[in-house]
Design a protein around this ligand. Sequence first.
Ligand code: NAP
Length: 541
Amino acid sequence: MNEQLDAVVVGAGFGGLYMLRRMKQMGLSVRAYEAGGGVGGTWYWNRYPGCRCDVESLDYSYSFDPELEQEWAWTDRYPSQPDVERYLNHVADRFGLRPDIQFDTRVTAARFDSGDGSWVVETDRGDSVRATFCVLAVGCLSARNVPAFPGIGSFEGPVVHTGAWPAEGVDFTGERVGVIGTGSSGVQAIPLIAEQARRLFVFQRTPHFVVPANNHPLSAAAVDERKAVYPSHREMLREGFFGFTLALNPRSALDATEEERRAVYEAAWQTGGPTLLGSFGDLLTDRAANDTAANFVRGKIASIVHDPKVAALLTPTDYPIGTKRLVQGTGYYETYNRDNVTLVDVRSDPIREITRNGLATGSSRYELDAIVCATGYDAVTGAVLALDVRGRDGVSLRDHWADGPRAYLGVAVAGFPNLFVITGPGSPSVVSNVVLSVEQHVDWIAGCIDFLRSEDLRSIEATGDAESAWMDHVGEVAAKTLFPATDSWYVGANIPGKPRVFMAYLGGVGPYRRRCDEVAARAYEGFVTRPAAEPAARASA
Ligand code: NAP
């Protein structure tokens, strides 16, 4: 007989830890399974040089416990990977979460048993437990994408993905290193690898727009100032658009003069971070407005990079700025002025194969001692579908999502009772401060479970109609922006064969939260609930 729990949580990153905390507070019997050897999720695996968050520390942290918020001392404007990992370890210890987490254990399958309405959860360690609720807190950017380059297995040196960086580090001293990929991960790692390696070849397919992160130590005064107003600050973020501190100027870029725009963009460049995208209200909705910001960054690239041919290759030309994640870098463009760094354009001359001792494009060969894949993730859905999830009548989630991911409010899936996906497809997740979004989801799920228990209900399930209506809404909101047309991981364009759907909700975290709260207030409108003893469904909408 399998062990019977109230809940299983898959993952012990930001989402899993807080879910575990809430469920323990509610008195549920719960176990979290974590594939890593420690807590942190993304922040456990991404130990590559330069890894740092692109949301500010004072925003990218839990708000659920005022004492934690006041106690914890962030030191930098943007937290480094070790900073965040340390913080999450502290959280796990402070709230006594570790004993309920089984580490080094990957959940392989979650199957709904209609007989008794339980989830049967299986792991690669041979565990098989039953739980009334199953929460997938597997992360949006955790299923690594390693392109199937022919010959990759034959390379004699190390091939390291940024999202699976060895804990002991990698020493590139004296080596010839190839980095494939120039998104957020590559842009952070490249300047530091360039300082260590003898030669660095950067294999770039699509240039990203990179703005300065302008990271710096936080002054004690700045920290105190924030701590003094934390509750109202968090409330403002919750009601806002992105969920992080960003001044959004509503004015159209096209209403400003060239001089005014230049001054605004220059100030944003100096401030660093995402500031540039908040400079005008229509940068992400109007191509002509967007061009003004894109051209400003293009001018910066030309002014920083000495070799005009290299500068041209580094300059994005075929998509609007911000519609691929705006990358924050430190000394990134400057790195291409170094004698030991070569930029290789693998758009015009694609990677043909990896050989025993290097990499071959269509026209050239590069001898390498180590290869770094900064090639990103099968975002939002990849880590969910890595599990064999089967709902009512044995329907697999993979089949349910065959034409694109679908989830009501980004949290619940029709046909999968009592299954919750934290920051799932159709939630603001990856276009927001994900910690704030995670807290909102966890609180909502906890409220939902409370509701079921107080009403003596056994299960809750999104209706197909509610799911469809929500995904239509997500698509309609996205269609009003410049995002969907760009080949980005937001639309799954980086994964061959992945259905093209804009996977995040672009309506803003504030309106999203209100919609979720309304659904709950209307006794979970759009869901079907079933009482403990009755097999027949009771529609609540
Ligand atoms: P990414 O943005 O998807 O970048 C992957 C890179 O690999 C792209 O340049 C891509 O080129 C390239 N690539 C993929 N397959 C390739 C192939 N077959 N041949 C050549 N090049 C290939 O991945 P990421 O840099 O890991 O970032 C993912 C997301 O994680 C970010 O957007 C961000 O949300 C998050 N992140 C955040 C931070 C931070 O907070 N600072 C740091 C790291 C990651 P194409 O563009 O042509 O596909």
